[in-house]
Ligand binder design. Structure first.
Ligand code: XIL
Length: 357
């Protein structure tokens, strides 16, 4: 087994061993045979391992068992967002996020609050707010205080603001929140208010394409620095990592190095490795699956290269292929580390190898 000078495993070694491992054991849906005794992800990782989940998943015994076996952190996939919580009359509903929180508590799992403020969701109750009855800033603060306050003491962290940086990386996104409360001020206010609601929770800034777009990554880091300079209680950075199997080797490692430069804990917050979003349409399924395994290895290895104090958690955006949001975009995609039946794929074996360090 090739060892690095520093004692760590080379990526080639990780992939080779993952693929070697995948040559011994029952075959999964991809025809990969992965060892039947592959240890659960959470048992080999020196940090929390999570996945997104919907309340309906918890009613599926096979899924509930897979969650309990593999992870020790859950992120509500959409039921802790405004689109679920804020009703047309401005009231709040919490039945589904409460079920997810209860499942996490019952299974000794962390709960990652996702997400308080997102440009993509501005419910009618906010867009049509009767400001003669309540000011916009009070409605904004009340929402954050209510939601972050409800899960105080339960969450291991909050994605306070999600996807604040413009798609092309030049500046920040426009949103109802920015227009009403200020481009920067609405963001800083969200962190201050979340801290008011929960004096302990880590407060994260989360975004995507930080591995693909260096300009966006630089703008993301500048926003984080400006928040810190303003005294906003930002305490961690989330990189979603919705990537494709043909992402150039090394891009993930370069992103991780940049994100670590602020010294804050880093959360791999939504990792999936799409086969069908690959730009290179000449790659066959087998080659895409091989590259997918290599990408899982690089993501885990890059995260492992961070100092322990900067390894917040490693969250997958779906454990099983069948549950992935990407299936809505292309039913042929298979982006997760476990197949539809919950059997580990070579990607899961690669994660185990890298987490073992
Ligand atoms: C997605 C969910 O996976 C979908 O089920 C939902 O319909 C839309 O939102 N970045 C994010 C996540 O921060 O909240 C998004 O989740 C995926 C992109």
């Amino acid at each position: 087994m090739a060892q690095r000078a520093g004692g760590g495993l080379s990526r080639r070694a990780i992939i080779t061993s993952a693929l070697a491992l995948s040559a011994c054991g029952p075959k999964n849906a991809q025809g990969q045979s992965v060892p039947a005794d592959l240890p659960p992800l959470k048992t080999v990782a020196p940090f929390r391992v999570g996945t997104c989940v919907q309340a309906m998943h918890l009613a599926d015994p096979a899924m509930a068992a897979l969650l309990a076996r593999e992870v020790n952190q859950l992120t509500p996939e959409w039921e802790m967002k405004m689109e679920y919580i804020v009703q047309p009359d401005g009231s709040f509903r919490f039945d589904a996020p409460d079920r997810i929180a209860a499942f996490a508590r019952a299974h000794g799992m962390g709960l990652l609050g996702h997400t308080l403020i997102w440009y993509a969701q501005a419910p009618p109750a906010f867009e049509q707010l009767d400001e003669s009855r309540i000011s916009f800033v009070d409605a904004y603060r009340n929402y954050i205080l209510a939601v972050a306050g409800r899960y105080r003491g339960q969450v291991v962290g909050w994605d306070v603001v999600n996807e604040a940086v413009a798609e092309d990386g030049h500046g920040w996104r426009d949103s109802l929140w920015a227009r009403k409360l200020g481009d920067f001020e609405h963001i800083a206010l969200a962190y201050r208010t979340a801290r008011e609601a929960d004096p302990q929770a880590p407060l994260l800034l989360n975004d995507y394409n930080l591995e693909y777009n260096p300009t966006k990554r630089a703008t993301f880091l500048k926003l984080a620095e400006r928040l810190l300079a303003s005294g906003a209680p930002l305490t961690g950075l989330g990189t979603q990592m919705h990537v494709a199997a043909d992402i150039a080797p090394g891009q993930i490692r370069e992103m991780m190095r940049d994100l670590a430069s602020l010294g804050l804990p880093v959360h791999v917050s939504e990792l999936d490795v799409s086969l069908t979003r690959a730009e290179n349409k000449l790659l066959g399924r087998a080659e895409l699956s091989r590259r997918q395994t290599a990408v899982y290895a690089e993501a885990a290895e890059a995260f492992m290269s961070l100092p322990q104090r900067q390894r917040f958690a490693f969250t997958l955006w779906g454990l099983r292929d069948r549950d992935s949001w990407l299936k809505k975009e292309n039913g042929a995609d298979a982006p997760a580390p476990f197949d539809d039946a919950g059997r580990p794929k070579a990607g899961a074996a690669a994660l185990v190898e890298a987490f073992r360090g």
